[in-house]
Design a protein around this ligand. Structure first.
Ligand SMILES: [Zn+2]
Length: 457
């Protein structure tokens, strides 16, 4: 089912109906899961509805059992136990929960020129100028000294206020307009306006004072509590159908919740597979997969060791290594679709097209494949066969033409554990912009493809 023309021509009206129906659930997931913590929480909630329970609460596991383990509220690993011993190999589909965004600094609040402002540090690879002059919502947690966790979500509920990073008016921008795009907006100019009405009390009369007392009244937090907070500014916009035909979705966070949601949905429909099926929604991919919640964390090995111990009653290091050695993984991450406004960055023979199905990417990297794990031809053949047998519409592509730039995914870190890994996901337009675009057909084919892979013998 390799596609060199629109996948829409290949699907009948029943499948079209399924595609549009599936997209509704996905849009709801996007609107709820705007940060890695919110997406992780929603994944856990959906998992429980679908019969999954906490792995660490289980004494032992048998074929057909459905379990999850959450890592620090930011990433989650879910498994459906297979008929075969875990050591005979696992089918992994691994996507990431984190998206480019604007993080609030540790000492954020100040006032200047009659406005209360928040200092920020952007997260992930962004074109900074795209994040000005758009409505922003704030989501995250503030953890007080006594450990109490305060959840903050402002800007996405109907009637909520939003926040805003200003940009220079065009009338006075003659110097700015001469600058390189990387310098048009300075990183330290991504300050968010959070208030404008000064406080009324005599000793505390600034806009900053007013904002701080509102935060105290509403959430019981003081200025120092920002030191132990993770607050993230994201576009305060909902996922919307795009085009007269509603064939696409414009939304914040397709990268990489489009692969996360489709992988989750596929796992939820996986009953008693031959091989144990594992879906991971990891964190920190956008900044190099570092840290305790990223894919380079030993958490992955810990969770797999738990699965081995609870399915076999015993554990040793060789069992874990054997499990990885026999396993296969789809690194479920997005690719860039050919953009008719910028055709020059692609080799058209080796590019992904919107609406031609799920994309497999044998290698990523930049400057001569640097930083890629480059999937084995043998494994690529197996995945091709798996998708074709399941009627999945798919295409093969790399990200951009040689030396145009490049990028990496979690594939290399999983491959380093001695697992066969292939990058496989949905093609986007405007990747890493506040609002990205994806085709509903491609989204549906990702779900179908991951489902077929979980069932692969
Ligand atoms: Zn990304």
């Amino acid at each position: 089912m390799y596609m060199t023309e629109s996948g829409w021509k290949q699907v009948d009206s029943n499948v079209k109906e399924d595609i549009f129906h599936f997209a509704e659930g996905y849009k709801a997931f996007l609107d709820i899961g705007k940060t890695e913590r919110l997406a992780c929480g929603e994944a856990k909630r959906l998992a429980e509805i679908n019969g999954f329970s906490d792995l660490e609460s289980k004494e032992s596991l048998k074929a057909g059992d459905k379990v999850y383990v959450v890592n620090r509220d930011k990433s989650i690993l879910l498994a459906v136990i297979g008929e075969e011993d875990v050591q005979k190999g696992v089918r992994f589909v691994i996507a990431h929960n984190d998206c480019p965004r604007i993080d609030i600094k540790q000492h954020p609040v100040y006032d200047d020129s009659g406005l209360a402002m928040l200092k920020t540090h952007y997260y992930g690879g962004i074109k900074k100028y795209q994040w000005t002059a758009v409505p922003l919502a704030l989501h995250g947690v503030v953890v007080k000294k006594d450990g109490t966790k305060v959840q903050i979500d402002i800007g996405d509920k109907p009637g909520d206020p939003v926040f805003y990073i200003s940009d220079l008016l065009i009338h006075l921008a003659s110097d700015q307009m001469q600058k390189k795009a990387t310098e048009v907006i300075n990183g330290e100019a991504l300050n968010i306006i959070i208030g404008s009405i000064p406080a009324e009390c005599a000793e505390k009369d600034t806009e900053k004072d007013a904002v701080l007392s509102m935060l105290e009244a509403e959430f019981g937090i003081c200025e120092e509590d920002f030191l132990s907070a993770e607050l993230e500014a994201v576009p305060a916009m909902q996922a919307r159908d795009m085009g007269l035909d509603r064939g696409m979705i414009v939304a914040y966070g397709h990268d990489d919740r489009v692969c996360g949601y489709t992988a989750l949905s596929a796992l939820f429909e996986t009953e008693a597979p031959k091989k144990t099926a594992v879906c991971v929604l990891t964190d920190k991919e956008e900044i190099g997969s570092m840290g305790s919640t990223g894919m380079r964390s030993a958490f992955f090995e810990y969770a797999m060791a738990l699965l081995i111990e609870k399915t076999t009653g015993t554990y040793n290091e060789l069992m874990l290594k054997r499990t990885f050695h026999n396993s296969k993984c789809l690194s479920a991450d997005v690719n860039g679709g050919v953009d008719p406004n910028y055709p020059e960055v692609n080799d058209k023979l080796n590019a992904a097209y919107i609406g031609r199905g799920l994309v497999i990417t044998k290698y990523t990297g930049s400057r001569g494949k640097s930083g890629t794990s480059d999937a084995d031809a043998e494994f690529v053949a197996e995945v091709r066969n798996c998708f074709d047998e399941a009627g999945v519409l798919w295409q093969a592509a790399e990200l951009g033409k040689v030396d145009a730039g490049g990028g990496g995914t979690i594939a290399q870190y999983v491959a380093n554990l001695d697992v066969d890994v292939l990058d496989c996901g949905v093609a986007l337009l405007s990747m890493h912009a506040p609002m990205e675009a994806a085709s509903k057909l491609d989204i549906y084919m990702a779900y179908k493809g991951y489902k077929a892979f979980f069932a692969m013998k």
